[in-house]
Design a protein around this ligand. Sequence first.
Ligand SMILES: [Zn+2]
Length: 291
Amino acid sequence: MPELPEVEVVRRKLEPQLTGRTIRRIVTTEPSYFFLTSPGTLKRRLRGQTVRGLVRKGKYLSLEFDSGNTLLLHLGMTGQLFMSGASSLRLLQSTAHVALSPEAQPTFVTDKHTHFQMYFDDDRPHMLFRDVRKFGKVKLLGTGEIDPRIAKLGTDALKADPEALFRACKSRKTAIKNVLLDQSVLAGVGNIYADEALFAAGVRPTRRAPRVTRKECGRLIAALQRILLRSIETGGSSISDFVNPDGEDGKFQDERRVYARTGEPCCSCSETIKRLVIGQRSSHFCPHCQS
Ligand SMILES: [Zn+2]
């Protein structure tokens, strides 16, 4: 599932390729729950709009237009947003991880999962939104309109401050892991990054939130931001179906200390990494290093 770093990688790659361009035509698949705005309305209202920028809050992307309208994009579980010409083995639904030279990787061909395509009034590549499981979303917002999903998000995790986390912890009777995943507290933190930050800060995911100290909140936010930035730098995680717009797989999964390492030795103390389910999500931690 694409998380904050993956979405930010997409934003950084696509924004310079979209800004200043004017939409000529929208091509979609049939109406479905993928489209929060109907395909017909998207085709009619997006034509002629000029892109001003692509911004991110949490895991949401907003394509902003000169008109003041915004196209809200969410990648869901398996969404892939990229420009035509991108090539990737994953896009070709190959399960084999065969290393091919860039020249040998065929260019992506539009398939039934390519739900949304945006063509511009020039000859440069067009934008595609492909989503196999269709949990992704596309919604057009009018000028000044704010989607309730965006309105309820807390501070973006990259901009969060320790004091706000500390206050949120004091008022919640749940495990710290649940507070970190609560999008109304910190927008964009997913399971992998929460587990890794808890390990780096030495805090056990099951600890009751009110018992996390101000100092530990400082360590958690610092660790979270360091890990998120590092993941952005390396192209995001590709544990799931994420593919970055260059068609390269992210490299962050090679740097995991606890996430999905159940039964393996802790890299710091050699104790066995444990797994527990907290709030219906898997949590991975070292019983020795985290208290
Ligand atoms: Zn350990």
